[in-house]
Design a protein around this ligand. Structure first.
Ligand code: AHR
Length: 634
């Protein structure tokens, strides 16, 4: 195959091209709570649980034969957190009594690392006072699986109302596994017994960039390797709610953690909302990403639509959500709230997504009217913002005409290769596109969303990642209209079986980088800033490429996806006189069905080598591979 490259760029590669999509997803994966969000305790504040049930105690177990129950506290810590854990220690008990939290399938405890533990308690029974009666002692500790205490902090119990205890726990040794416990115990219990209620318990490790209430460092650092240009949040389905009443609501996610009620998320578990709107915005700044923020648009997953006058309060809510992000504290209440939380300056925001997947939400035929009502209102208040539609591009016709559509696709590896030219036929009429979710998730084209035994991938495969790379060369060729794209979902705990595959896997102590992660990273770090047209690949072929260049350094970037089972030979013919004689090739290759897994996390990693380059040069793209060749050419 001969590939002749043009000297003249056809279009710029937008800096926003490769970014990330995030939502709190998957019941046993916990991508936000238990994943990206740094909190180590599961069910820390008994949010949205039914008191006096076993489920309400999820992740908590009694210690020392004590009795624990989640109760609707008659005198709760806050109205947002009505439930407490009631510890009952019977009369005439001696020793340690309390409870333990197992974290999210473990707690990673490392020697020399400082963990911030905190809790609120309220002594619900009386403690005898007077000579000879020392107050009971409350001890917060980290404990290994075998019961060894790794670090602890003790205080004397005080009576009165709710008391806050905060302590830094710094273990001096690293236990053998992450099957550790966070324990809270009481000793020196008076002989008539003791009742103590606990609320809002927390254990935080050091976070990414030291941000308070921030993100888990190893996951964040992995994502930062990709240098994502944008971050789409808070969903995905998790924006929508199973019903309008259970939609994601920004106000419930801001302010002190004790004022956040949490929410029954759309993926079968309670979201603490500790990872709230302000945390998302700081995270975007810390990661140097542009926020792509969604607002609720009157459609929930049960198929309900809210239209007409009934939609107005939700539009007001969306306006307030945006004001919280970019408003002026002098003139806007949500912006004043932001300032009161320590952030006077507005955040940078350009893109606002209207709902999620309205191509499903049009079933009741309400998309056009909802879009018109919402966007007419929002663009009057915020003429500087760009609103993204989530319905099908052609149908129904939306007015005002969307400047941007968010398009999603989950398919087979082959589909992605065959559809590398997906955007080539789109009209050039000013409309732009965000490929907001895409991933090769199954080998079974007639049952894409089926189970693993029906072909669903547990982890990205080499064939899937190479297929995605072929599709991504199409983004670059069409980057005059495709300005952004993100693989989805981003994160999954290795316990996950609800949604697979995910770009990055993790457990309590490890982060696993998939083959698709490496493809995202290769494309993002080597995107170039202008596109050089070249001989077009065969539309239905197995070999796809794109050529871009960094103008400031005259570095040429050639990306090649070969999903054939044999190597493919390419001859590049360049229009430049000064071409370096040697280039660098970054190569990802392996068996079509091979994956990086927790058992073999580094089975397939990119290698870096040298390749002979020149005005004309040949390159053999290995079977089932993604290659990125870079060299100077001007
Ligand atoms: O990424 C998983 C889900 O797929 C998202 O929540 C939704 O937008 C899509 O259907």
């Amino acid at each position: 195959t001969t590939v002749s490259v043009s000297a003249t760029a056809s279009h710029a590669i937008p800096t926003s091209l490769f970014g990330m999509m995030f939502e709190d997803i998957s019941v046993s994966a916990h991508s936000g709570d238990g994943g990206l969000y740094g909190e180590l305790l599961q069910n820390r504040a008994f949010q949205q649980v039914t008191p006096n049930t076993t489920d309400a105690l999820s992740a908590w177990t009694p210690v020392g034969g004590s009795s624990i129950t989640v109760i609707a506290d008659p005198s709760p810590l806050s109205s947002a957190l009505p439930n407490s854990l009631a510890l009952t220690i019977p009369a005439n008990s001696a020793g340690q009594f309390g409870f333990a939290n197992e974290g999210y399938w473990g707690i990673n405890v490392q020697a020399g690392t400082s963990y911030t533990a905190s809790l609120y308690y309220r002594v619900a029974s009386s403690i005898p006072s007077g000579k000879g009666s020392a107050p009971p002692t409350l001890t917060i500790a980290l404990q290994s699986a075998s019961g060894t205490r790794l670090a602890s902090h003790s205080v004397s119990l005080e009576t009165g109302g709710w008391t806050h205890v905060s302590a830094v726990l710094t273990p001096t040794r690293t236990p053998a596994s992450t099957a550790n416990l966070f324990t809270v115990t009481v000793s020196g219990v008076p002989k008539q017994g003791l009742d103590v209620n606990f609320a809002m318990l927390s254990l935080f490790p050091p976070t990414f960039k030291g941000r308070a209430n921030g993100m888990r460092k190893d996951i964040a650092e992995t994502l930062f390797e990709v240098r994502p240009a944008f971050f789409r949040f808070p969903g995905g389905n998790n924006l929508e709610g199973q019903t309008p009443a259970t939609r994601w609501q920004w106000r419930n996610t801001v302010g002190p953690l004790t004022e956040r009620p949490g929410r029954v998320g759309d993926w079968g578990y309670v979201n603490t909302d500790g990872l709230g709107l302000l945390e998302y915005l700081y995270w975007c700044e810390d990661m140097e990403m542009e926020p792509f923020m969604a607002v609720w648009d009157g459609y929930s997953l049960d198929g309900e639509s809210v239209t007409g006058a009934a939609l107005d309060p939700y539009i007001a809510e969306a306006i307030e959500q945006i004001q919280f992000v970019i408003g002026d504290p002098e003139t806007s209440e949500p912006a004043a709230l932001r300032a009161s939380l320590g952030r006077k300056e507005p955040f940078a925001l350009k893109y606002v997504e209207i709902g999620n997947e309205d191509f499903i939400g049009n079933a009741p035929g309400t998309v056009a009217s909802r879009w018109n009502q919402i966007v007419t209102n929002l663009s009057t208040t915020f003429p500087q913002l760009q609103f993204m539609a989530t319905s099908d591009t052609g149908s129904p016709v939306l007015t005002p005409t969307p400047q941007t559509y968010d398009i999603h696709v989950y398919q087979t590896p082959d589909w992605f290769t065959t559809n590398s030219f997906f955007y080539d036929t789109f009209a050039r009429n000013g409309m732009t596109f965000f490929e907001g979710e895409y991933a090769a998730i199954s080998s079974n084209s007639s049952n894409i969303f089926g189970t693993p035994d029906q072909g669903r991938f547990l982890w990205p495969t080499v064939a899937g990642s190479a297929g995605e790379a072929a599709f991504m060369t199409g983004f670059e060729r069409n980057a005059d209209i495709v300005f952004a794209a993100s693989y989805a979902p981003l994160l999954g705990h290795v316990n996950d079986s609800q949604w697979t595959p995910n770009l990055v896997g993790f457990d309590a102590g490890n982060v696993f980088k998939s083959t698709s992660f490496y493809v995202q990273k290769l494309f993002s770090l080597n995107k170039g800033d202008e596109y050089l047209p070249s001989t077009l690949p065969s539309v239905n072929g197995t070999l796809h490429w794109s050529v871009t260049r960094w103008t400031s350094t005259s570095e040429l970037v050639i990306k090649i996806s070969n999903i054939d089972t044999s190597p493919a030979s390419l001859t590049f013919v360049l229009p430049f006189k000064n071409v370096e004689s040697e280039g660098t090739v970054q190569l990802l290759t392996g068996a079509a069905t091979a994956s990086n897994t927790p058992e073999e996390p580094d089975l397939i990693v990119p290698t870096t080598g040298k390749v002979k380059t020149g005005e004309t040069f040949e390159y053999s793209a290995p079977a089932m591979s993604v290659s990125v060749i870079t060299f100077g050419a001007k």
